[in-house]
Design a protein around this ligand. Structure first.
Ligand SMILES: NC(=O)c1ccc[n+]([C@@H]2O[C@H](COP(=O)([O-])OP(=O)(O)OC[C@H]3O[C@@H](n4cnc5c(N)ncnc54)[C@H](O)[C@@H]3O)[C@@H](O)[C@H]2O)c1
Length: 383
């Protein structure tokens, strides 16, 4: 039976675990939201991380053993943010303990892990969604609204482009971490790290690639190990995926870009849809800005891109003034609101979080991309 307050546990209180706690800590900013949410339990294997969570007043259980958290009858749902090689085992244990799950991407280190977790969730009837927050930013919501309800306004679709660019790995002296090693990040490397953020919205719109040609790059093959030596850095740094998506009986190019070596880009997520009559483009690099293209309706009228300043118009209303900018903590809160609302059957037509099926499809795409790069051929994908 679902309570009117979701009592959350976190397994993995690192970078993302703390963002999650921060969003739950200001749940009260949501306006007229029908369900409460509260962080009640945290598990992390590091003492320093557990210590940090002592500042959160609602947390009653702090443990280094996630099975202890899962045994707690005070926990309804669990957010898990741990390295990728642990996803399969911990996600399965969460489901078998009778809890619902907000999983982190990539939802398992590989396709087999993702399929196993997806199938077990379906068998047990648990509510499971996967983290992908950028589609909840105001500009991305405008792209979603147009693409899901009025796509014909753009005319014939010419191309779709989506990307996620980072640059901190340009520094060869940056020490190694688990995200840069195949055994903990996965063979898909940067696609495992950044890819689900790109395909969440296209897949929901039915834009599934029929085939992919991939260009993958590995530049720095070792990095400082933080102990005076060097460690192998064996994951893909950049991935360009050139896909064909069938729309109205035609192949439309869709390019997906995931990069850790993108000069000048700190955390840039973007999506662009271009058609013969119109276009729409949003990037977190210009968080307040939505670009829309019009060819001009009348003969002789000039073409033009229009820049619109966005305010704080969110899928789930908050107390924040409409003229203020939205940032990363805001979109995490919106994503959590989408999870909680959908779990209670109250999504009411809004975009929901990425699903286990979409995560499995993303792994199918990364697997085809690896095969494409290895063979220098386009690979057909049977979704
Ligand atoms: N949604 C996003 O924008 C986003 C951003 C970054 C990372 N992520 C994803 O979040 C997940 C975690 O990434 P991160 O950047 O937070 O990593 P992180 O290294 O900062 O944190 C991981 C935490 O897990 C803990 N941990 C490891 N093994 C554990 C175990 N057995 N039990 C309990 N805790 C354990 C570690 O001590 C650490 O504190 C990954 O799946 C990653 O891909 C998502």
């Amino acid at each position: 039976m679902k309570t009117q307050k979701v009592r959350w546990g976190i397994i993995g209180g690192g970078l993302m675990g703390r963002e999650f706690a921060s969003a739950l800590g200001r749940w009260f900013v949501l306006e007229d939201f029908p369900i409460g949410a509260e962080l009640v339990a945290v598990c992390d294997v590091q003492e320093s991380v557990r210590e940090w969570f002592r500042r959160v007043p609602t947390v009653g259980l702090i443990t280094e053993n996630y099975r202890e958290l899962l045994q707690s009858s005070s926990v309804d749902a669990v957010y898990v943010a741990v390295p990728h090689q642990l996803h399969r085992e911990i996600y399965l244990d969460v489901l078998r303990a009778g809890k619902d799950l907000l999983a982190e991407k990539p939802f398992g280190i590989d396709l087999e892990a993702a399929q196993t977790v997806r199938d077990e969730a379906a068998r047990l009837g648990r509510f499971v969604r996967v983290s992908s927050e950028f589609p909840f930013s105001p500009g991305a919501q405008r792209v979603w609204e147009l693409s899901s309800t009025r796509l014909d306004e753009l005319g014939h679709i010419l191309e779709i482009r989506a990307g996620f660019h980072h640059s901190s790995d340009l520094d060869p002296d940056k020490p190694i971490n688990w995200k840069r090693q195949m055994k903990t990040c996965g063979e898909a490397g940067v696609m495992n790290d950044l890819g689900l953020h790109l395909v969440h919205m296209p897949f929901r719109l039915g834009w599934h690639p029929r085939r992919v040609y991939a260009q993958l790059q590995k530049i720095y093959t070792q990095r400082p190990d933080g102990k005076g030596g060097m460690a192998p850095c064996d994951t893909w740094d950049n991935a360009l995926l050139h896909c064909d998506v069938e729309m109205d009986g035609r192949d439309v190019p869709m390019r997906l870009e995931t990069k850790r070596l993108a000069p000048g880009e700190v955390n840039t997520w973007f999506i662009e849809v271009l058609g013969t009559d119109g276009g729409i483009r949003y990037s977190t690099k210009e968080p307040k800005t939505l670009w829309t293209f019009s060819r001009g309706q009348e003969r002789g009228q000039e073409q033009g891109w229009t820049r619109t300043d966005l305010g704080h118009k969110m899928a789930f209303a908050t107390i924040t003034g409409g003229i203020f900018e939205a940032g990363f903590p805001d979109v995490i809160l919106q994503m959590l609101a989408a999870f909680v609302a959908e779990r209670a059957g109250k999504l009411e037509g809004r975009l929901g979080c990425a699903t286990p099926d979409e995560a499995v499809q993303s792994h199918q795409l990364w697997q085809a991309a690896l095969q494409s790069h290895a063979t220098h051929c386009a690979i057909e994908i049977g979704f």
